[in-house]
Design a protein around this ligand. Structure first.
Ligand SMILES: C[S@@+](CC[C@H](N)C(=O)[O-])C[C@H]1O[C@@H](n2cnc3c(N)ncnc32)[C@H](O)[C@@H]1O
Length: 192
């Protein structure tokens, strides 16, 4: 990462009164380490999701909570961070407590994305949290829990194999794909 981006991210952390920088190894089988995209990218992706005050947004694999903290500064029904690592969730929860400028309620929970109950979730953010076969199970769980209700999600750092996984879930349609800061970002929406 360029020094300029690093400094900008540090500036945002300071502004929000949180600490979300760095990479943390999690040792989760089939899961990714905890790391965040640049604040500028997270902010643009949240814009792409067209968030509304009645939305319940979940960051699936929330890491230290950069996304949920930024999202909580918007007016939403609820922001939820789930992560399989209790240590990481503890860091995210501390960040949420310290967060300056929160306008929405936030929950942070230790949970496996494969078994989490998505019944109330209208929107999801994923930053490449796990292998494609885990993604496949998570998408199947969301489809079952939402049972035809509206749902949209953004996936940051999409690889070809993950794109193919999404394509196998024809209850979702790709509504946008673009490259932000070198990362492929895709937005999907449930077919109505
Ligand atoms: C690349 S980090 C993304 C962090 C955060 N979303 C962000 O953008 O700042 C991926 C996170 O997914 C979590 N994770 C991996 N497998 C998971 C699973 N099955 N259920 C919940 N969280 C998981 C990891 O612990 C890690 O913190």
């Amino acid at each position: 990462m360029q020094i300029r981006e690093r400094l900008r991210n540090l500036g945002y952390d300071t502004l929000l009164r949180v600490e979300t920088k760095g990479i943390v190894q999690t040792n989760i089988p089939d899961g990714c380490h905890a790391a965040s995209a640049d604040y500028a990218i997270v902010s643009a992706v949240l814009d792409d999701l067209d968030l509304r005050p009645d939305d319940v947004l979940v960051d699936i694999g929330c890491g230290k909570g950069r996304v949920i903290c930024l999202a909580a500064r918007r007016r939403l029904a609820r922001v939820i961070g789930i992560d399989l690592s209790p240590e990481i969730v503890a860091v995210a929860a501390e960040n949420v407590l310290r967060l300056r400028g929160a306008r929405s309620p936030v929950d942070v929970v230790v949970a496996d994305a494969v078994t989490y109950d998505y019944s109330d979730v209208t929107c999801a953010y994923l930053f490449n949290p796990f292998e494609h076969f885990v993604l496949d199970r998570v998408l199947a769980k969301i489809e079952a829990d939402r049972a035809g209700a509206p749902f949209r999600c953004a996936f940051v750092n999409l690889s070809d194999v993950q794109r193919e996984t999404f394509e196998q879930h024809d209850w979702l349609r790709l509504t946008e794909e673009r490259v932000l800061g070198g990362l492929s970002v895709a937005r999907y929406e449930a077919r109505t």
